[in-house]
Design a protein around this ligand. Structure first.
Ligand code: NAD
Length: 356
Protein backbone atom coordinates (compact mmCIF):
# COMPACT_ATOMS: atom_id res chain seq x y z
CA UNK A 1 0.00 0.00 0.00
CA UNK A 2 1.18 3.55 -0.70
CA UNK A 3 0.80 5.79 2.35
CA UNK A 4 0.50 9.51 1.53
CA UNK A 5 1.33 11.45 4.67
CA UNK A 6 2.10 15.07 5.49
CA UNK A 7 4.56 15.60 8.35
CA UNK A 8 4.19 18.81 10.39
CA UNK A 9 6.84 18.77 13.13
CA UNK A 10 5.88 22.24 14.45
CA UNK A 11 7.73 23.78 17.37
CA UNK A 12 9.78 22.82 20.43
CA UNK A 13 9.72 19.13 21.28
CA UNK A 14 7.24 18.68 18.40
CA UNK A 15 10.23 18.40 16.05
CA UNK A 16 12.00 15.90 18.32
CA UNK A 17 9.13 13.48 18.95
CA UNK A 18 8.10 13.67 15.29
CA UNK A 19 11.58 12.63 14.19
CA UNK A 20 11.35 9.53 16.41
CA UNK A 21 7.82 8.77 15.16
CA UNK A 22 8.86 9.08 11.51
CA UNK A 23 11.72 6.62 12.17
CA UNK A 24 9.14 4.15 13.46
CA UNK A 25 6.91 4.83 10.44
CA UNK A 26 9.81 3.91 8.12
CA UNK A 27 10.50 0.76 10.13
CA UNK A 28 6.90 -0.46 10.08
CA UNK A 29 6.50 0.33 6.36
CA UNK A 30 9.66 -1.62 5.58
CA UNK A 31 8.62 -4.60 7.70
CA UNK A 32 5.21 -4.92 6.04
CA UNK A 33 6.20 -3.91 2.47
CA UNK A 34 4.39 -0.56 2.23
CA UNK A 35 5.69 2.52 0.44
CA UNK A 36 5.75 5.93 2.05
CA UNK A 37 5.05 9.17 0.21
CA UNK A 38 6.03 11.75 2.82
CA UNK A 39 5.93 15.52 2.42
CA UNK A 40 6.84 18.04 5.08
CA UNK A 41 5.22 21.39 5.89
CA UNK A 42 5.36 24.34 8.26
CA UNK A 43 2.86 24.95 11.04
CA UNK A 44 2.85 27.12 14.16
CA UNK A 45 5.66 29.33 15.42
CA UNK A 46 8.20 28.15 12.85
CA UNK A 47 5.69 28.99 10.12
CA UNK A 48 5.23 32.50 11.53
CA UNK A 49 9.00 32.96 11.49
CA UNK A 50 9.44 31.72 7.93
CA UNK A 51 6.24 32.95 6.24
CA UNK A 52 4.56 35.44 8.59
CA UNK A 53 1.53 33.22 9.25
CA UNK A 54 0.97 30.12 11.46
CA UNK A 55 -0.87 28.26 8.69
CA UNK A 56 0.74 29.04 5.31
CA UNK A 57 -1.06 28.38 2.01
CA UNK A 58 1.59 25.80 1.09
CA UNK A 59 0.68 23.75 4.19
CA UNK A 60 -3.02 24.14 3.43
CA UNK A 61 -2.52 22.78 -0.09
CA UNK A 62 -0.33 19.91 1.09
CA UNK A 63 -2.85 19.00 3.83
CA UNK A 64 -5.59 18.67 1.24
CA UNK A 65 -3.51 16.35 -0.94
CA UNK A 66 -2.76 13.60 1.60
CA UNK A 67 -4.71 10.93 3.48
CA UNK A 68 -3.14 11.51 6.87
CA UNK A 69 -1.15 14.14 8.72
CA UNK A 70 1.34 13.50 11.49
CA UNK A 71 1.84 16.57 13.65
CA UNK A 72 4.23 17.25 16.54
CA UNK A 73 3.16 20.27 18.60
CA UNK A 74 2.95 24.02 18.17
CA UNK A 75 3.69 26.93 20.48
CA UNK A 76 6.65 29.17 21.27
CA UNK A 77 7.01 31.30 24.44
CA UNK A 78 7.84 34.41 22.43
CA UNK A 79 4.25 34.48 21.14
CA UNK A 80 2.67 34.03 24.59
CA UNK A 81 1.35 37.58 24.75
CA UNK A 82 0.36 37.80 21.08
CA UNK A 83 -3.39 38.01 20.36
CA UNK A 84 -5.01 34.59 19.71
CA UNK A 85 -5.29 35.30 15.99
CA UNK A 86 -1.50 35.69 15.66
CA UNK A 87 -0.40 32.79 17.82
CA UNK A 88 1.11 29.48 16.63
CA UNK A 89 -1.92 27.61 18.08
CA UNK A 90 -4.15 29.44 15.60
CA UNK A 91 -2.48 27.44 12.82
CA UNK A 92 -3.50 24.17 14.46
CA UNK A 93 -7.08 25.34 15.02
CA UNK A 94 -7.30 26.34 11.34
CA UNK A 95 -5.87 23.00 10.24
CA UNK A 96 -8.42 21.06 12.32
CA UNK A 97 -11.20 23.20 10.95
CA UNK A 98 -10.02 22.80 7.32
CA UNK A 99 -9.92 19.02 7.65
CA UNK A 100 -13.25 19.03 9.52
CA UNK A 101 -11.82 16.51 11.96
CA UNK A 102 -14.59 16.82 14.50
CA UNK A 103 -13.82 13.78 16.66
CA UNK A 104 -10.61 13.71 18.67
CA UNK A 105 -9.87 10.27 20.09
CA UNK A 106 -7.53 10.21 23.08
CA UNK A 107 -6.89 6.75 24.48
CA UNK A 108 -5.63 6.62 28.07
CA UNK A 109 -4.14 3.38 29.35
CA UNK A 110 -2.13 2.50 32.37
CA UNK A 111 0.74 0.26 31.25
CA UNK A 112 1.74 -2.21 33.99
CA UNK A 113 5.40 -1.32 33.25
CA UNK A 114 4.74 2.34 34.09
CA UNK A 115 2.53 1.99 37.09
CA UNK A 116 5.24 3.37 39.37
CA UNK A 117 5.59 6.48 37.17
CA UNK A 118 2.17 7.80 38.16
CA UNK A 119 1.83 9.78 41.37
CA UNK A 120 -1.50 8.01 41.98
CA UNK A 121 -1.74 4.79 43.98
CA UNK A 122 -1.24 1.57 42.01
CA UNK A 123 -4.57 0.05 43.01
CA UNK A 124 -6.40 3.17 41.80
CA UNK A 125 -4.96 3.31 38.30
CA UNK A 126 -4.27 -0.37 37.64
CA UNK A 127 -6.42 -1.56 34.72
CA UNK A 128 -7.32 1.92 33.45
CA UNK A 129 -8.31 1.67 29.79
CA UNK A 130 -10.48 4.52 28.60
CA UNK A 131 -10.80 6.68 25.52
CA UNK A 132 -11.78 10.32 25.59
CA UNK A 133 -13.78 11.43 22.55
CA UNK A 134 -13.39 15.18 22.46
CA UNK A 135 -15.48 17.29 20.06
CA UNK A 136 -12.81 19.19 18.16
CA UNK A 137 -14.21 21.72 15.72
CA UNK A 138 -16.96 23.48 17.67
CA UNK A 139 -17.79 24.67 21.16
CA UNK A 140 -15.90 27.28 23.13
CA UNK A 141 -12.79 27.27 20.94
CA UNK A 142 -14.62 28.10 17.71
CA UNK A 143 -18.03 29.67 18.42
CA UNK A 144 -18.74 33.29 17.54
CA UNK A 145 -18.91 35.97 18.81
CA UNK A 146 -15.53 36.15 20.45
CA UNK A 147 -13.31 39.10 21.14
CA UNK A 148 -11.38 41.31 23.46
CA UNK A 149 -11.49 45.04 24.06
CA UNK A 150 -10.35 47.42 26.75
CA UNK A 151 -12.95 46.43 29.34
CA UNK A 152 -14.16 42.99 28.30
CA UNK A 153 -13.02 39.66 26.93
CA UNK A 154 -15.61 37.17 25.71
CA UNK A 155 -16.11 33.80 24.04
CA UNK A 156 -19.16 31.75 23.16
CA UNK A 157 -19.87 28.10 23.71
CA UNK A 158 -22.43 26.94 21.15
CA UNK A 159 -23.28 23.64 19.49
CA UNK A 160 -25.59 22.75 16.63
CA UNK A 161 -27.57 19.53 16.57
CA UNK A 162 -25.47 18.18 13.70
CA UNK A 163 -22.21 18.84 15.53
CA UNK A 164 -23.35 16.95 18.61
CA UNK A 165 -24.93 14.11 16.66
CA UNK A 166 -21.89 13.24 14.57
CA UNK A 167 -19.40 13.10 17.44
CA UNK A 168 -21.91 11.15 19.56
CA UNK A 169 -22.15 8.54 16.80
CA UNK A 170 -18.34 8.27 16.82
CA UNK A 171 -18.36 7.62 20.59
CA UNK A 172 -21.11 5.01 20.46
CA UNK A 173 -19.54 3.15 17.51
CA UNK A 174 -16.26 2.99 19.42
CA UNK A 175 -18.02 1.69 22.53
CA UNK A 176 -19.45 -1.20 20.50
CA UNK A 177 -15.97 -2.65 20.08
CA UNK A 178 -15.03 -1.95 23.68
CA UNK A 179 -16.83 -2.39 27.03
CA UNK A 180 -20.09 -0.88 25.74
CA UNK A 181 -20.33 2.13 27.99
CA UNK A 182 -20.42 5.84 27.10
CA UNK A 183 -20.05 8.57 29.73
CA UNK A 184 -21.17 11.93 28.40
CA UNK A 185 -19.56 14.82 30.27
CA UNK A 186 -21.22 18.24 30.40
CA UNK A 187 -22.11 21.13 32.69
CA UNK A 188 -25.87 20.95 32.26
CA UNK A 189 -26.58 22.22 35.78
CA UNK A 190 -25.33 25.66 34.68
CA UNK A 191 -25.04 25.88 30.88
CA UNK A 192 -27.86 25.82 28.32
CA UNK A 193 -25.40 24.57 25.69
CA UNK A 194 -24.79 21.55 27.92
CA UNK A 195 -28.51 20.93 28.38
CA UNK A 196 -28.83 20.86 24.61
CA UNK A 197 -25.76 18.60 24.33
CA UNK A 198 -27.28 16.13 26.82
CA UNK A 199 -30.68 16.10 25.05
CA UNK A 200 -29.09 15.30 21.66
CA UNK A 201 -26.80 12.64 23.15
CA UNK A 202 -29.84 10.90 24.67
CA UNK A 203 -31.63 11.00 21.30
CA UNK A 204 -28.66 9.48 19.46
CA UNK A 205 -28.17 6.87 22.19
CA UNK A 206 -31.61 5.44 21.38
CA UNK A 207 -30.03 4.03 18.20
CA UNK A 208 -27.53 2.05 20.29
CA UNK A 209 -29.63 0.03 22.76
CA UNK A 210 -26.67 -2.30 23.43
CA UNK A 211 -24.59 0.57 24.87
CA UNK A 212 -24.97 1.90 28.40
CA UNK A 213 -25.12 5.72 28.63
CA UNK A 214 -24.42 7.79 31.73
CA UNK A 215 -24.06 11.55 32.25
CA UNK A 216 -21.48 13.13 34.56
CA UNK A 217 -20.91 16.82 35.26
CA UNK A 218 -17.46 17.98 34.21
CA UNK A 219 -16.28 18.96 37.69
CA UNK A 220 -17.25 15.55 39.04
CA UNK A 221 -15.69 13.88 35.99
CA UNK A 222 -12.33 15.46 36.84
CA UNK A 223 -12.58 14.07 40.37
CA UNK A 224 -13.77 10.63 39.25
CA UNK A 225 -10.85 10.32 36.82
CA UNK A 226 -8.39 10.37 39.69
CA UNK A 227 -10.66 8.61 42.19
CA UNK A 228 -11.74 5.60 40.15
CA UNK A 229 -10.56 5.84 36.53
CA UNK A 230 -11.36 2.20 35.76
CA UNK A 231 -15.09 3.02 35.77
CA UNK A 232 -14.71 4.79 32.40
CA UNK A 233 -14.77 3.21 28.97
CA UNK A 234 -15.65 5.88 26.36
CA UNK A 235 -15.87 9.45 27.67
CA UNK A 236 -17.64 11.84 25.27
CA UNK A 237 -17.29 15.57 25.80
CA UNK A 238 -17.16 19.14 24.53
CA UNK A 239 -13.99 20.66 23.04
CA UNK A 240 -12.66 22.59 26.07
CA UNK A 241 -13.76 20.05 28.67
CA UNK A 242 -11.99 17.32 26.67
CA UNK A 243 -8.85 19.40 26.37
CA UNK A 244 -8.67 19.82 30.14
CA UNK A 245 -9.73 16.31 31.17
CA UNK A 246 -7.26 14.62 28.86
CA UNK A 247 -4.33 16.18 30.72
CA UNK A 248 -5.51 14.24 33.77
CA UNK A 249 -5.12 11.23 31.49
CA UNK A 250 -1.40 12.00 31.46
CA UNK A 251 -1.29 11.35 35.21
CA UNK A 252 -3.08 8.03 34.75
CA UNK A 253 -0.72 6.95 31.98
CA UNK A 254 2.45 7.95 33.84
CA UNK A 255 3.30 11.01 31.72
CA UNK A 256 1.54 13.37 29.34
CA UNK A 257 4.19 12.26 26.85
CA UNK A 258 2.53 8.82 26.68
CA UNK A 259 -0.75 10.02 25.19
CA UNK A 260 -1.45 9.73 21.44
CA UNK A 261 -4.44 11.21 19.65
CA UNK A 262 -6.35 10.78 16.43
CA UNK A 263 -8.59 13.50 14.99
CA UNK A 264 -11.05 12.09 12.51
CA UNK A 265 -13.71 13.41 10.18
CA UNK A 266 -16.26 11.61 8.03
CA UNK A 267 -15.17 8.90 5.53
CA UNK A 268 -14.75 10.09 1.91
CA UNK A 269 -16.35 8.45 -1.15
CA UNK A 270 -13.68 5.71 -1.13
CA UNK A 271 -14.35 4.99 2.55
CA UNK A 272 -11.05 6.54 3.69
CA UNK A 273 -11.19 8.51 6.95
CA UNK A 274 -8.75 11.35 6.63
CA UNK A 275 -7.04 11.99 9.94
CA UNK A 276 -4.78 14.32 11.85
CA UNK A 277 -2.55 12.44 14.28
CA UNK A 278 -0.64 14.14 17.08
CA UNK A 279 0.49 13.52 20.64
CA UNK A 280 -1.68 15.21 23.26
CA UNK A 281 1.16 17.25 24.77
CA UNK A 282 2.35 20.68 23.70
CA UNK A 283 5.73 22.01 22.58
CA UNK A 284 7.17 21.89 26.15
CA UNK A 285 9.57 24.86 25.89
CA UNK A 286 11.07 23.87 29.27
CA UNK A 287 12.68 20.74 27.80
CA UNK A 288 12.86 21.63 24.09
CA UNK A 289 16.15 21.04 22.29
CA UNK A 290 17.46 18.63 24.93
CA UNK A 291 16.56 15.32 23.27
CA UNK A 292 14.72 14.23 26.40
CA UNK A 293 11.05 14.43 25.36
CA UNK A 294 9.02 11.25 25.59
CA UNK A 295 8.13 10.21 22.00
CA UNK A 296 5.66 7.40 22.87
CA UNK A 297 2.63 9.69 22.38
CA UNK A 298 3.86 10.56 18.87
CA UNK A 299 4.70 6.91 18.13
CA UNK A 300 1.26 5.84 19.40
CA UNK A 301 -0.20 8.42 17.02
CA UNK A 302 1.53 6.58 14.14
CA UNK A 303 -0.16 3.36 15.28
CA UNK A 304 -3.52 5.17 15.37
CA UNK A 305 -2.91 6.49 11.85
CA UNK A 306 -2.17 3.01 10.52
CA UNK A 307 -5.39 1.73 12.09
CA UNK A 308 -7.94 4.49 11.47
CA UNK A 309 -6.91 6.02 8.13
CA UNK A 310 -5.15 3.13 6.41
CA UNK A 311 -7.02 0.20 8.00
CA UNK A 312 -3.68 -1.54 8.69
CA UNK A 313 -4.57 -3.27 11.96
CA UNK A 314 -1.68 -5.78 11.96
CA UNK A 315 0.79 -2.96 11.42
CA UNK A 316 -0.78 -0.83 14.17
CA UNK A 317 -0.66 -3.75 16.59
CA UNK A 318 2.99 -4.34 15.69
CA UNK A 319 3.85 -0.75 16.62
CA UNK A 320 1.94 -0.98 19.91
CA UNK A 321 3.61 -4.32 20.72
CA UNK A 322 7.03 -2.81 19.99
CA UNK A 323 6.20 0.08 22.36
CA UNK A 324 5.26 -2.47 25.04
CA UNK A 325 8.60 -4.27 24.57
CA UNK A 326 10.60 -1.07 24.88
CA UNK A 327 8.66 -0.04 28.00
CA UNK A 328 9.34 -3.45 29.52
CA UNK A 329 13.04 -3.09 28.71
CA UNK A 330 13.21 0.15 30.72
CA UNK A 331 14.55 2.25 27.82
CA UNK A 332 12.42 5.29 28.61
CA UNK A 333 12.89 9.04 28.84
CA UNK A 334 13.45 11.06 32.03
CA UNK A 335 9.75 11.83 32.64
CA UNK A 336 9.20 8.10 33.23
CA UNK A 337 12.51 7.45 34.93
CA UNK A 338 13.26 9.78 37.82
CA UNK A 339 16.11 7.48 38.93
CA UNK A 340 18.83 5.83 36.83
CA UNK A 341 19.98 6.82 33.36
CA UNK A 342 17.13 7.77 31.07
CA UNK A 343 17.14 7.17 27.32
CA UNK A 344 17.06 10.09 24.87
CA UNK A 345 14.15 10.77 22.53
CA UNK A 346 16.19 9.43 19.59
CA UNK A 347 17.19 6.30 21.49
CA UNK A 348 13.59 5.48 22.33
CA UNK A 349 12.59 5.92 18.66
CA UNK A 350 15.45 3.69 17.58
CA UNK A 351 14.58 1.06 20.22
CA UNK A 352 10.96 0.91 18.99
CA UNK A 353 12.13 0.60 15.36
CA UNK A 354 14.50 -2.22 16.34
CA UNK A 355 11.77 -3.97 18.35
CA UNK A 356 9.64 -3.91 15.20
P1 NAD B 1 3.07 21.07 27.46
O1 NAD B 1 2.26 19.84 27.18
O2 NAD B 1 3.94 21.54 26.36
O3 NAD B 1 3.98 20.83 28.75
C1 NAD B 1 3.44 20.61 30.05
C2 NAD B 1 4.49 19.89 30.92
O4 NAD B 1 4.60 18.53 30.49
C3 NAD B 1 5.88 20.49 30.81
O5 NAD B 1 6.53 20.40 32.04
C4 NAD B 1 6.60 19.59 29.81
O6 NAD B 1 7.99 19.50 29.98
C5 NAD B 1 5.93 18.24 30.08
N1 NAD B 1 5.86 17.45 28.83
C6 NAD B 1 5.01 17.65 27.81
N2 NAD B 1 5.24 16.76 26.84
C7 NAD B 1 6.24 15.98 27.27
C8 NAD B 1 6.93 14.87 26.68
N3 NAD B 1 6.63 14.40 25.46
N4 NAD B 1 7.92 14.31 27.39
C9 NAD B 1 8.25 14.75 28.61
N5 NAD B 1 7.62 15.78 29.21
C10 NAD B 1 6.63 16.41 28.55
O7 NAD B 1 2.03 22.21 27.89
P2 NAD B 1 2.30 23.77 28.21
O8 NAD B 1 3.60 23.92 28.88
O9 NAD B 1 1.07 24.23 28.85
O10 NAD B 1 2.36 24.47 26.79
C11 NAD B 1 3.57 24.76 26.07
C12 NAD B 1 3.20 25.29 24.68
O11 NAD B 1 2.58 24.25 23.93
C13 NAD B 1 2.20 26.45 24.71
O12 NAD B 1 2.58 27.35 23.69
C14 NAD B 1 0.88 25.78 24.39
O13 NAD B 1 -0.05 26.64 23.78
C15 NAD B 1 1.33 24.72 23.42
N6 NAD B 1 0.41 23.56 23.33
C16 NAD B 1 0.29 23.00 22.10
C17 NAD B 1 -0.47 21.87 21.95
C18 NAD B 1 -0.54 21.24 20.59
O14 NAD B 1 0.27 21.57 19.74
N7 NAD B 1 -1.44 20.32 20.34
C19 NAD B 1 -1.09 21.27 23.06
C20 NAD B 1 -0.90 21.84 24.32
C21 NAD B 1 -0.14 23.00 24.45
Amino acid sequence: MNLKILILPGDGIGTEVTRAAVDVLHAVAKKFGHTLELTEGLLGGIAIHKTGTPFPDDTRTKAQGVDAILMGAVGLPEFDSAPPSQRPEKGLLELRSLLDVYANLRPVRTYPELIESSPLKNHVISGTDMIIVRELTGGLYYSQPRGIDENRGFNTMAYTRGEVERVTHTAFKLARNRRKKVTSVDKSNVLEVSQFWRKVVIEVAAQYPDIQLEHVLVDNAAMQMVLRPTQFDVMLTENTFGDILSDIGGILAGSIGMLPSASLGAANAEGVIKGLYEPVHGSAPDIAGQNKANPFGAIGSVAAMLEYTFGLIKEANAVNDAVGKVLASGRVTADLKPKGTPATTDQVGKAVSEAL
